[in-house]
Every structure is written in structure tokens, then in C-alpha cells.
Design a protein around this ligand. Structure first.
Ligand SMILES: [Zn+2]
Length: 318
């Protein structure tokens, strides 16, 4: 007996079919309609319903390319379950390369949203009702913000066994235990009972190939662990599990020279770089404030005193 059709928006997607949809969001001041592009792959055989989304922050585009590559590698004729892809969730932010929406709201603080709220709130509501409510697992793809590059990592509630299992399957170099934040997609989706992984990798407004590759391989491994696609996928990892992290801040204004690389193991007090004046005179050294792994670093040439410059995930159990 063939699998039942999948209902989303005004559409019914047949088993074994791919369907592209434009879900209406609002109308611009010019009168043009704004809609959310969504692709549904409804597999021939039964299996879990999973969503992938990118660009919750409009300048974080690594995940857009991750989703493109994942979609190019699977077919609804052979896969099990259903995949809903939302490559540009913050559709207006992506148009202008902006993190936030034109109404200055952070979409990732606007969940679960409402049908009559601000623009951000409406996009959040649409995502929740048409996508998240139909899924049991989701992966939210992010990058660093504001000239910061992130080591490929999964941020998730590692105390939840199901979440931890999928995070391990992803196989990123670091798994960072992160409590959910109010208003985030991850928080709202958890409340709905979905298992959510948040991927961080690369820098904003760039296609960092190493972050795209790690993200694509990780997503495919999770789909494999869920039984949606067949291997043989190379296992990822090994992943280092971290329970806490913190930023080292610049202690002087000046030009930043960082020696610390993403993924580097550092010890408390170790030199990570320096801040210098315009002639190269060292003003302050940047030193590790904890023992751990460098999971994020500033790519900015100039920093102000107090700016976050190196993100270290603790590997010491406290
Ligand atoms: Zn983000």
C-alpha cells in the first residue's frame, strides 16, 4: 500500500515526490508578496519527518549551501520518511545580508511567534505551524556572527539521551552542552516535543568550505542514523563533549593578531595572540583564561578593549 500524501500549506505531496512551495508571510510596502521557500521530499517508504533550516540569522549562509548539497544527494524515491528543507528562514535578512529583520528583531528570539505579531513573529509562527509541528527532528544551521568564525560544533541539550545520540551521530569535532534560550527556534521546537540540533560552523556572509563540508557530512550522518538514507557514510568525530565555554576579551584597543587556530587545544595562561598599535608595538597579549579547545575566534583586524576575541570550550571537568 502506498504511503499517504504529506499535507503542508495548500499542498499535498505524494509519496516518492519532491515539491517546492512558497508559503506566504506578508506583503511589502511596495505591494510585493513575501513568502518562505520550502522544499518537501516525501519518501516512498515510512520513516521520520525531519526539517533542515538555515539563515535564521540572515547573514549566516553556510547552512544554505549545506542544505543545497544534502538535497542534491538524496531522492524521495529511495529515502525513508520525509524531509522539509527551509534554506532561507530569515528571507528578508538574506536579501540584504543582515542578521536581523527589517523591523530590527532577532528572529531567533521571536519564537514561537504569532500570526498577527511583528514580521519576525509571523515568520516564527509560520515555521512552527507549517514545519516544526509536523516534525520529530530538526537541524538549525548557524555560523559565527560579526566577523567571528566558529569551529564546526553542535550545540544541544546533551542531557537528553535522544539529542545526545543524534549529536554524536553528526560527528562534529565539538559537542557543546547548551541550555535552550527563550524565544529561540530550538527552545520552541523542544517545547513541541522535537529533538533539535543546532550546528555552528564558519563565519557570517561567507561560504567557508571547511564548514560547509563538515555540515553536509554531519547532516547526512544524522539522516543515516535516523534510517532515512543508506550509508556507507564515514563515521564522524571523535567529538569532544564540553559543558561550558567562555570568551577571552581584548584588554586594549588596537590591531588584533591572533595565533590561536580553530580546534587548537590551549591551556590556561597560554598566549593566543596580541593587540598592537599601528606601528606594531605590542600593547597587550591575549591569553587563554581556561584550558580547552578554541571553538570561535574574531576575524576582525581592529578591536576595542572589551571585545570578545577567542571562544574557548572548557575540557576540564570542574
Ligand atoms: Zn545564528
Amino acid at each position: 500500500m502506498p504511503r499517504e500524501s504529506f499535507a503542508i500549506g495548500p499542498a499535498r505531496v505524494r509519496a516518492g515526490a519532491t515539491r517546492d512551495l512558497e508559503l506566504p508571510i506578508t506583503r511589502l510596502i511596495t505591494g510585493a508578496d513575501v513568502s518562505l521557500p520550502v522544499r518537501i521530499l516525501h519518501g516512498r517508504e515510512d520513516g521520520p519527518v525531519v526539517w533542515l533550516n538555515a539563515a535564521t540569522h540572515g547573514d549566516e549562509v553556510v547552512g544554505v549551501e549545506v542544505i543545497r548539497r544534502v538535497l542534491a544527494s538524496i531522492s524521495p524515491r529511495t529515502m525513508r520518511g520525509t524531509l522539509i528543507a527551509v534554506p532561507v528562514l530569515n528571507v528578508l535578512g538574506v536579501m540584504s545580508g543582515e542578521r536581523y529583520l527589517p523591523d530590527r528583531r532577532d528572529l531567533n528570539r521571536s519564537f514561537p511567534g504569532s500570526a498577527r505579531g511583528s514580521l519576525a513573529s509571523r515568520i516564527a509562527h509560520l515555521m512552527m505551524t507549517e514545519v516544526v509541528a509536523k516534525c520529530e527532528v530538526g537541524i538549525d544551521l548557524h555560523t559565527g556572527s560579526d566577523r567571528r568564525a566558529n569551529l564546526p560544533q553542535i550545540r544541544a541539550d546533551l542531557d537528553d539521551p535522544r539529542t545526545r545520540e543524534l549529536a554524536l551521530a553528526f560527528g562534529a569535532p565539538v559537542l557543546l552542552h547548551a541550555r535552550v534560550r527563550d524565544g529561540s527556534l530550538r527552545h520552541a521546537a523542544r517545547e513541541r516535543g522535537a529533538t533539535v540540533l543546532l550546528y555552528e560552523g564558519g563565519e557570517n556572509w561567507r561560504f567557508d568550505e571547511w564548514a560547509v563540508t563538515a555540515g553536509t557530512d554531519g547532516v547526512r550522518r544524522v539522516l543515516g542514523a535516523l534510517g532515512m538514507v543508506d550509508g556507507p557514510e564515514e563515521p564522524g568525530g571523535p567529538s569532544v563533549e564540553c559543558r561550558a565555554s567562555g570568551w577571552v576579551r581584548a584588554r586594549h584597543t588596537g590591531f588584533l593578531h591572533l595565533d590561536a587556530r580553530l580546534g587548537q587545544q590551549v591551556e590556561t595562561g597560554e598566549r593566543l595572540g596580541s593587540v598592537s598599535d599601528s606601528f606594531g608595538k605590542t600593547l597587550r597579549l591575549v591569553r587563554a583564561d581556561r584550558t580547552g579547545i578554541v571553538i570561535g575566534r574574531s576575524e576582525a583586524p581592529v578591536v576595542n578593549g572589551g571585545d570578545a576575541v577567542v571562544h574557548i570550550a572548557s575540557t576540564e571537568v570542574r
